[in-house]
Write a protein that binds this ligand. Structure first.
Ligand SMILES: *[C@@H]1O[C@H](CO)[C@@H](O)[C@H](O)[C@H]1NC(C)=O
Ligand SMILES: *[C@@H]1O[C@H](CO)[C@@H](O)[C@H](O)[C@H]1NC(C)=O
Ligand SMILES: *[C@@H]1O[C@H](CO)[C@@H](O)[C@H](O)[C@H]1NC(C)=O
Ligand SMILES: *[C@@H]1O[C@H](CO)[C@@H](O)[C@H](O)[C@H]1NC(C)=O
Ligand SMILES: *[C@@H]1O[C@H](CO)[C@@H](O)[C@H](O)[C@H]1NC(C)=O
Ligand SMILES: *[C@@H]1O[C@H](CO)[C@@H](O)[C@H](O)[C@H]1NC(C)=O
Ligand SMILES: *[C@@H]1O[C@H](CO)[C@@H](O)[C@H](O)[C@H]1NC(C)=O
Ligand SMILES: *[C@@H]1O[C@H](CO)[C@@H](O)[C@H](O)[C@H]1NC(C)=O
Length: 776
């Protein structure tokens, strides 16, 4: 019931956008003569609003209201789904000029901006079919019966009928009508009284016509073979002198509203609504067209007879049916059929009765599910979602992607595409494509799959047209795409190693560490790395001798420096991959203070003219000689505690110092002071066991000195040297040998409280070479 009401409201309230144009153009207006009715069809798009009609005859114009239409034989259907208004007029309708032919005159009235425009329409029809003795029209709003007038011509009474119209003329006052129902016969009334009550009796040519709207007080509802039927039984009679004339006029129509079953709209009417010898003949169709049964069956219609009932099945998608989508807590559709059916029966006197049915049948709301299909191919790198089975009167107006709204059609500036395909079955579909790596896509690293999970929530807004009631259709799609942890591009430079990572969208998932220390701007600054980090890339320049390098193959020809960046999963800190780069460096002069307690130093004397270069080199312990000498450069490598090193312990640091002596002349000794300074905090073992182990490399310094004699204390040697490591017999140290560990009894530790200020330090804490040698 609620739906019915909604339906009629929807039908009436639907508006049409164009208005005010001339509709007397081809196709906008159709006037057609049919077997039993005249039809005017008007295109609503041309009129803007639903037009009104007036019937016109010699006596004036008569507005066709709902009430007047039912009484006078007019039916107006507003087929908003088709954008049509259709007026059907019975050949016996009140204002038809019933001569040899039937002439119809109407005014069509349209309103545009409050101003009415009148269009006079007229057409003359000659009914193409001869009338049967009894014809019944079951229109949507009235029933009409006409019977052949069998009153004997010579009875003189036909005069009464022939002057019947206008019906309220005094000459018809003898005629009375009485209605009856199964229970009682109602008191008679004269024809003008009957007319006042909505009944019309008329004599047209040789036919007596009776018409009544449905639901009159004198009609009754009954069931015939299980089908609801409305019946009006009128008996018209006249008693003039000794002659009594009586005509029975029974209007009976199936009031089956139809039902929906398995894709068919089923409608039935009793086989024997009127007395019939055997089966009735049926032809039917939609929209005023009749088909023979065979043709109808071929088109998918069903006609069955059982239990003395004729049942018609109209396939839901029958050609000629009207379909409409409807939003009500879901997307629904319903179908409307304008059934036209002719039923012919023959009674025992071989008199034929023809029934003509016009029935608007509406299916219930049928769910009309949209289909979404995830056609994503991860290899394409694009989400591809197909939204299918979208009915033709449903339009996609916008799409929400992970909560962000995009109007349809998409603007060219966005990276997503929406393609619409219209199918021959009148449905259409939309394919949405969104790149997997688009920022709008939610990406999560899925540990169990070792892949990136891409998530997209789609909320489609669809609108049933005409109208603005939105329907939301949502789908969540995911795609797994395997990802590899990032790897850096690396280049060796003269003074260090440069790492570069071009960010992919998901690279925020990883942490980068140097050893166990997370790479942060603070760490980089602290260690002297140069780091830049923006949304595009991460650049890290690691200068030589900063923390994190491992050095191998140290020789005068160069050495290998290895730097490692670990890639860890942010949450678990699991190492996923690493970027390890080893570069060959040939720095001419350097000092390395290893974490395991070795000092390795190369001094460059190439600034000294070759003829003046010293030939022999040694450390404080003169037995400690270079590992390599190549004329201009000399390499020493020795354990910190050996070769006569001094150790100075300050508050925070411990400094090992030795000297490289150049044997140049007898009375003056030149050389370089070499120092390694370790922060005490980083030393694990120094004095507790005999193993040197530092977290950090020490900071080295090479400082030239000149002494007058070997015996005199060095001029730049700190006076506060407090620990002396006794000279040892050392083998020439090699980096590949285990470090040399002096025994504890040789180490005497004294605390000093003043800061040793004599070391020259590089700006970033690494070594710095000062070329202060003057050989002149
Ligand atoms: C009927 O309509 C035609 C135009 O279609 C017009 O020429 C004619 O006068 C009209 N007849 C009457 C009786 O209105
Ligand atoms: C019909 O009956 C009513 C009431 O009985 C009466 O007033 C009226 O004049 C009658 N009309 C005719 C045409 O007989
Ligand atoms: C057949 O008709 C009878 C009445 O004539 C009715 O009671 C019965 O329900 C009908 N059967 C079906 C299946 O409609
Ligand atoms: C219409 O045709 C398309 C393509 O053939 C099909 O995918 C769709 O399901 C059809 N729609 C309906 C409502 O049958
Ligand atoms: C879809 O969008 C509409 C309008 O913004 C909103 O009301 C509705 O809750 C959304 N549906 C879902 C499932 O998010
Ligand atoms: C780089 O910047 C991004 C965004 O600000 C930040 O999440 C990331 O931790 C930074 N990376 C490093 C190594 O600092
Ligand atoms: C050593 O360094 C010089 C310049 O500093 C450079 O030209 C040369 O190629 C380097 N040699 C090696 C083996 O790296
Ligand atoms: C000791 O080491 C720290 C950290 O390396 C440094 O800041 C400080 O200047 C050093 N102290 C001396 C006396 O060199």
């Amino acid at each position: 019931m609620a739906f019915k009401m909604m339906f009629s409201v929807a039908l009436l309230l639907s508006l049409w956008s164009t208005a005010g144009c001339d509709f007397f153009v081809e196709g906008v207006l159709r006037l057609e003569c049919h077997d039993r009715y005249f039809m005017i069809a008007v295109d609503l798009a041309a009129t803007g609003e639903v037009p009104r009609f007036e019937a016109v005859d010699g006596t004036g114009t008569y507005a066709i209201t709902e009430h007047y239409a039912a009484k006078c034989g007019y039916s107006i259907s507003i087929l908003s789904l088709l954008g049509l208004v259709e007026l059907r007029a019975s050949y016996f309708s009140c204002h038809t000029e019933k001569g040899a032919d039937f002439s119809f005159r109407f005014n069509l009235i349209t309103s545009y901006k409050g101003i009415d425009a009148y269009y006079a329409l007229n057409k003359t029809c000659s009914p193409p079919l001869p009338w049967s003795p009894r014809e019944v029209t079951c229109e949507v709003n009235y029933m009409e019966v006409s019977v052949r007038n069998e009153l004997p011509c010579q009875s003189g009474l036909s005069d009464g009928w022939s002057t019947l119209g206008p019906l309220d003329s005094p000459s018809t006052e003898d005629w009375q009508v009485t209605f009856q129902n199964p229970d009682e016969r109602l008191p008679p009334m004269n024809l003008s009284q009957a007319r006042q009550q909505g009944y019309i009796f008329d004599l047209v040519h040789d036919r007596i016509v009776f018409r009544t709207p449905y639901g009159q007080p004198d009609s009754y509802r009954t069931e015939v073979t299980g089908v609801p039927v409305e019946v009006v039984h009128a008996t018209v009679f006249s008693r003039k002198s000794w002659v009594f004339v009586m005509v029975d006029l029974i209007a009976a129509c199936s009031k089956d509203e139809g039902s929906y079953d398995s894709g068919y709209m089923i409608w039935g009417t009793p086989e024997a609504l009127y007395p019939s010898l055997g089966k009735t003949q049926i032809s039917f169709g939609l929209n005023g067209n009749l088909m023979e049964q065979a043709a109808a069956v071929q088109k998918g219609f069903i006609m069955k007879r059982y239990n003395s009932t004729v049942q018609i099945g109209i396939p839901y998608n029958a050609e000629g049916g009207y379909r409409k989508s409807f939003v009500s807590d879901g997307l629904f559709e319903f179908y409307i059929f304008d059934l036209y059916l002719k039923q012919t029966s023959v009674d025992e006197r071989h008199e034929e009765t023809v029934l003509w049915f016009h029935r608007n049948l509406v299916t219930p709301l049928l769910s009309s599910p949209l289909i979404t299909e995830d056609q994503t191919d991860v290899e394409d790198g694009t989400f591809s979602i197909n939204l299918g089975k979208v009915p033709r009167d449903v339009e996609l107006t916008s799409v929400q992607l992970n909560g962000q709204e995009f109007a349809v059609p998409f603007s060219d500036s966005i990276a997503y595409t929406l393609t619409e395909v219209r199918h021959s079955n009148q449905s259409h579909s939309y394919t949405l494509k969104v790149p997997l790596h688009d920022p709008i896509v939610i990406q999560e690293f899925s540990k169990e799959n070792a892949a990136m999970l891409h998530k997209l929530d789609i909320n489609y807004t669809l609108i049933v047209t005409p109208g603005d009631e939105p329907y939301y259709h949502t789908i969540s799609v995911t795609a797994l795409k395997a990802v590899s942890p990032p790897s850096f591009d690396v280049v060796c430079t003269e003074s260090g190693i440069d790492f570069k990572l071009a960010y992919r969208s998901f690279d925020y998932l990883w942490d980068f560490t140097i050893g166990s220390d997370r790479l942060t701007p603070a760490l980089a600054a602290n260690r002297g790395y140069t780091m830049s980090n923006d949304s595009q890339s991460l650049l890290l320049s690691v200068p030589l001798f900063t923390h994190g390098y491992k050095y191998t193959d140290i020789g005068l020809k160069g050495f290998l420096g290895t730097f490692t960046i670990l890639v860890r999963e942010s949450e678990t800190a699991d190492i996923l991959t690493s970027t390890i780069k080893t570069c060959l460096f040939n720095t001419t002069e350097f000092i390395m203070c290893s974490t395991n307690g070795w000092m390795t130093v190369v001094v460059d004397l190439s600034a000294v003219p070759s003829d003046e270069r010293p030939a022999h080199f040694h450390l404080v312990n003169s037995l400690c000689v270079p590992k390599e000498v190549d004329g201009a450069r000399v390499l020493f490598s020795f354990p910190l505690h050996s070769c006569g090193s001094t150790v100075e312990l300050a508050k925070e640091n411990v400094t090992y110092q030795n000297k490289i002596y150049f044997d140049t002349s007898e009375n003056a000794v030149e050389g370089m002071t070499v120092q390694c300074m370790y922060p005490l905090a980083s030393l694990h073992r120094l004095f507790s066991s005999h193993k040197f182990e530092s977290d950090e490399e020490g900071v080295g310094n090479i400082i030239p000195f000149v002494e007058t004699t070997k015996a005199v204390p060095a001029t730049v040697t700190p006076t506060k040297i407090t620990t002396t490591v006794a000279p040892q017999i050392t083998r020439s140290p090699s980096l590949h040998r285990p470090p040399f560990y002096p025994t504890a009894r040789y180490i005497k530790v004294y605390r000093v409280h003043n800061q040793p200020g004599q070391f020259s330090k590089g700006p970033k804490g690494n070594f710095q070479v000062k070329k202060l040698l003057h050989y002149a």
